[in-house]
Design a protein around this ligand. Structure first.
Ligand code: COI
Length: 355
């Protein structure tokens, strides 16, 4: 029987934990909704997905992903429209990106019926957990791990795919301060920089801890050859507004193809704003800053949404960016995007999927 014909088993919680959710105090990634989706892959095929109460896993200490890092994930968000209907933003794009990560990490494709249909059913079941204030959402975290019980190094044959969900407020409470990294490297051509592999984030922990000690929120990674061209921020893609042009590094093997990045580019271009996807050197950014033409800088990501950059430090040079009243491009696109996500404006791009 194929996954599409076997449906999804649902085991509901005996008692919801929804009273733990305080809509006035939502912190990112602290509280998880009542249910989660689980599907196992074995003998070359996916078994029947299940929606079960959120809870711990029981795994052998020899489980492959814990040792060799065959683990990938995604980030998606669900919102509620004015009538309380749950809407998921661009799940098909995250599904496709997950399968690009899976291919590079020698993991199986996750079928649409499990990723998208499973997500819709999960969100629909836990729709009471979707907060409604502007800037809030239900963050959806699909992920896949290799689950062979074997500590020899070889591509695994057994995998588990899951989706857990968590009510989310803003990822960054205020505009971020960014340190331009020119010592450590995030990604090289031929590597896994374009994937959402857990190891990409694991390798960023030490450099991130170091810049946090110095009072910064995040790293802006530069290319591994010359440390000259900007790539992406630890949790976001990056955009600079120089003069009347919006510039973002072009996608490559070393940059994650952000779904929010793509949405922002599409909306800006539709508005008639020039967006250039091209190599952007830190020297060009510095020169624009000196000339007074660096008007705005912001990061984009599912978790972070659109986050303004307040300050950018490169070596000893600290570039304070113009104050909030100048953030015309990023504020416009943020509002436009939110209007689509919350169903307040017509979705002409087919981005919003009803749960
Ligand atoms: C996201 O934006 O969804 C991410 O996965 C980035 C980060 C929270 C790791």
């Amino acid at each position: 029987m194929s996954v599409s014909t076997m449906g999804i088993n649902v085991k509901k919680v005996a008692k919801s934990r929804i009273n733990q959710l305080d809509p006035n105090n939502i912190q990112f990634g602290k509280l998880y909704a009542d249910h989660m989706l689980v599907a196992h892959y074995e003998n070359g095929e996916w078994g029947q997905p299940e929606i079960v109460p959120f809870g711990n896993l029981s795994l052998s200490p020899a489980t492959t992903f814990m040792h060799y890092g065959q683990a990938i994930f995604e980030g998606v968000k669900a919102y509620k429209d004015q009538d309380g209907n749950p809407l998921i933003f661009r799940p098909y794009d995250n599904w496709k990106r997950m399968n690009r990560s899976a291919a590079r990490m020698a993991m199986p494709d996750v079928p649409e019926e499990i990723f998208v249909e499973g997500m819709r059913q999960l969100v629909s079941l836990d729709k009471a957990w979707i907060p409604t204030d502007d800037g809030t959402s239900l963050y959806l975290r699909p992920f896949m791990i290799a689950t062979d019980e074997f500590i020899g190094v070889k591509p695994a044959e057994k995998f588990t795919f899951m989706i857990i969900t968590s009510p989310a407020g803003p990822y960054y409470a205020k505009p971020v301060s960014i340190y331009v990294q020119d010592k450590y490297v995030r990604a090289f051509p031929g590597g896994i920089g374009f994937t959402k592999a857990a190891g990409n984030y694991g390798a960023s922990m030490l450099p991130t801890a170091q810049i946090r000690e110095m009072g910064y929120d995040q790293i802006l990674w530069t290319d591994g050859f010359e440390h000259k061209y900007v790539q992406e921020i630890g949790t976001m893609n990056v955009f600079f507004v120089i003069g009347d042009t919006v510039i973002t590094p072009e996608l490559s093997e070393t940059i994650l193809a952000g779904v929010t990045r793509d949405s922002v580019i599409t909306l800006l271009r539709n508005k008639g704003i020039t967006v250039e996807e091209r190599p952007l050197s830190i020297n060009e950014i510095e020169a624009a800053y000196e000339a007074g033409t660096l008007r705005e800088a912001f990061g984009t990501g599912t978790a972070a949404s659109i986050s303004h950059i307040a300050k950018l430090t490169y070596n000893d040079k600290c570039m304070e960016l113009p104050a909030p009243e100048n953030w015309t491009v990023s504020e416009w696109v943020k509002n436009e995007l939110n209007n689509i996500r919350y169903g307040r404006t017509e979705d002409t791009h087919g981005w919003v999927v009803k749960a």
